[in-house]
Design a protein around this ligand. Structure first.
Ligand SMILES: Cc1cc2nc3c(=O)[nH]c(=O)nc-3n(C[C@H](O)[C@H](O)[C@H](O)COP(=O)(O)OP(=O)(O)OC[C@H]3O[C@@H](n4cnc5c(N)ncnc54)[C@H](O)[C@@H]3O)c2cc1C
Length: 165
């Protein structure tokens, strides 16, 4: 089991829907390999969850298993099948030094003319702040929209081409 575990409390006081009265909710992030590892998550997810729970119980949350009323596990299979993440990698390309910041795919493709990219898999990288910075970076390389009915409509915030109204 990967020990890089992060537990977070989700305050029920700010969102009562996260847990029944008298209870609270938290999630644990335990990094695992993508689907090339060959792990069969249909059979491995629950045993893995139990290992994580036992580890937390041993280290920081004594008595945890007595109090869990409900749990849900999200695996790389879910990221692959439901969210279309390549190889089920929840964080996209691994953020190693040579795959981070400038080394990530640039916002304007060098290979395909007219292709622009934004989001966690591109420069500068993942995480909500990184994704927002990627949108700002994209803005600096995008060419101006051609002057057309569609472009004018979107600029005016209607989203409907002027000629079609
Ligand atoms: C468990 C976890 C915890 C995280 N915690 C934090 C955190 O605390 N703070 C933080 O800053 N970041 C966190 N992150 C990272 C952050 O969530 C991501 O970096 C960010 O959401 C990426 O945004 P995005 O818009 O690039 O992609 P996504 O949010 O992944 O959005 C891409 C969307 O495109 C959809 N899609 C894929 N293929 C297609 C297709 N062919 N057609 C149509 N739609 C498609 C996907 O289903 C998805 O909805 C976390 C990530 C994970 C997995």
């Amino acid at each position: 089991m990967n020990r890089s575990i992060l537990g977070r409390l989700t305050a029920r006081s700010t969102d009562p829907s996260v847990a029944p009265p008298g209870c609270d909710a938290f999630y644990v992030l335990s990094p695992v390999p993508h689907l090339d590892s060959g792990t069969d998550w249909a059979t491995e997810a629950e045993p893995y969850r139990q290992k994580v729970q036992a580890y937390l119980e041993r280290t920081v949350l004594p008595g945890l298993s007595k109090h869990v009323v409900s749990s849900r596990v999200t695996t790389p299979q879910h990221f692959h099948d439901e969210l279309l993440s390549y190889k089920g990698a929840g964080f996209g390309m691994e953020p190693r030094l040579l795959q981070s910041a400038w080394f990530r795919p640039h916002n304007r493709s060098e290979d395909v003319e007219g292709l622009y990219m934004v989001g966690a898999g591109t420069h500068p990288g993942a995480g909500v702040p990184g994704v927002l910075m990627s949108a700002k970076a994209l803005e600096t390389v995008l060419p101006p929209l051609p002057e057309s009915g569609v472009a004018r409509a979107y600029a005016q915030g209607t989203g409907v081409p002027l000629g079609a109204r």
